[in-house]
Design a protein around this ligand. Sequence first.
Ligand code: FAD
Length: 542
Amino acid sequence: STLLMVLFVLDGLKPIIGKRKPWPNILPQELLSLDIATRILVDSESAAAASLDFGRLSHVSPAAVFRPSSDHDVAALLGFAYESPQPFTVAPRGQGHSVRGQASAPKGIVVDMRSLSRETMVEEPRIRVTEDPVGDGGAGAGGTAYVDAGGEQLWVDVLHETLKYGLAPTSWTDYLHLTVGGTLSNAGISGQAFRYGPQISNVYELDVVTGKGEMVTCSRDVNPDLFYAVLGGLGQFGIIVRARIKLLPAPQRARWLRLIYTDFATFTKDQEYLISLDGEGHRVPGKNKSASKKGFDYVEGSVLLDGIPVTSWRSSFYSVADAERMSSLASRHGAVYSLEGVMYYDHASAHTVDQAVEQLLEDLSYVPGFVFTNDVSYVKFLDRVHEGELKLRSQGLWDVPHPWLNAFIPKSQILDFDAGVFRGILRNNHSAGPILVYPMNKDKWDERMSAVIPDEDVFYTVGLLWSATKDDWGHWDDQNEEVLRYCDQAGIGIKQYLPHHKSRSEWIKHFGPKWDVFLERKKKYDPKRILSPGQGIFTSSI
Ligand code: FAD
């Protein structure tokens, strides 16, 4: 009768499974007998959609795409994969906004995490705010409010939900249409990281489904090893299905400034001064002795090379006349640097923001007359890149190849990097694409987490965010290689962010002293090397 039952189930599944394609040999037939079988799609459209990511540089087909409707579905799939004598790889895919196939599963199963938000919202909200956690013993929340968000949730949705309570997370990425699980697997950085640390520093607790199919709750106090492994863990140890994220009262407005520099050393000196200030006008102990001013709440910066249009996709900040003034400054100097700072404020404190900004500007050495100011709502500021996205989409310029290189550079070598890269390798560059450069404080990162940063108190993030075409992306890719080679030869202690390495030895070098722990954790939480194979770290046995 069991056999009859199986045949009956298989027959019932026929219309769904293998509608266009037979069940792939590469996947065990036994998968078909699980409750989740109807959620495993093997049709070519589903596979095609999961084969490409934002980078459009690689095309990696999975055998199937899984659309879970609950965390238990995710656990069921991983539990099966772990027990199966014929294991297959599994990659959670959030928004697929990686650029090097990191969320791909060659011949395995891609988990379309977003289906969790599409299918489970009604019964059980996947974003829940707790305003007053005092007394609930809430996993190290220490009395601050928090939000529990599904790993598949977009940060923009987390923002809108928390704002209903006048609260918001403190640390962001520049672009909010990324998933919580996707950014926490890397670090999640933006101009707030100097003060609050990356997003991974603002997590209280996680629910993770490990590579053994076990659902584990972890925090700094409970299963801390898994907690630290997963944060910045490149999807190698488990699938994040819930993250508890710290919330603070949300500001209402953003006074948003861009200051232009022609000298890189002056630009970075000012950036470093700004990240030594706190948000209240108190001196940060051990940081900057003379600092007693209220600093910016967000500090970033970018390089505008000669020939690159200053009105890039990231925002329309400048008038046409301003853009022309800057272009001519850039052609005179080869490159100009734009320091971006934001001071948050509330309607109630609106009268003090002018003065606070003015006092801060007194300390900064930008080119006189080259200060540009904008004033927008907090939400509009945080969601700024999405506006650029809509613009680019309307021009057909969003779904193009993105040969990006993101990296961290120690503060002591950032001037060498400028000389060799911005004014060297990229000097005659005529591409559209922002180049970001801004510093962060190492003491806001937690050494125990998997994320890798340079070993210096202050380090810079540099992002070469190229948009290319089908025909010329190889050129930008070669140039990225040249940048990495230059750093290697010049002894610049570069660490890639959103890393892409091609061999085990490169990965070992990337992780440095953290490699042994990373490997041990892999053996512990995903011994069959099932998870996120697209990162290319554990391509051979462990
Ligand atoms: P995916 O690309 O789908 O996945 C990334 C990796 O994480 C994969 O290995 C995947 O298997 C794994 N993964 C996905 N979901 C989970 C989960 N729930 N649990 C465990 N592992 C999981 N980053 C910044 O830090 N700051 C920025 O300002 C920033 N801006 C960006 C702007 C744009 C336009 C783009 C395209 C990217 C930007 N990024 C930025 C990079 C981005 O944070 C990462 O690429 C991130 O991984 C994307 O999230 P995703 O949901 O698309 O993840």
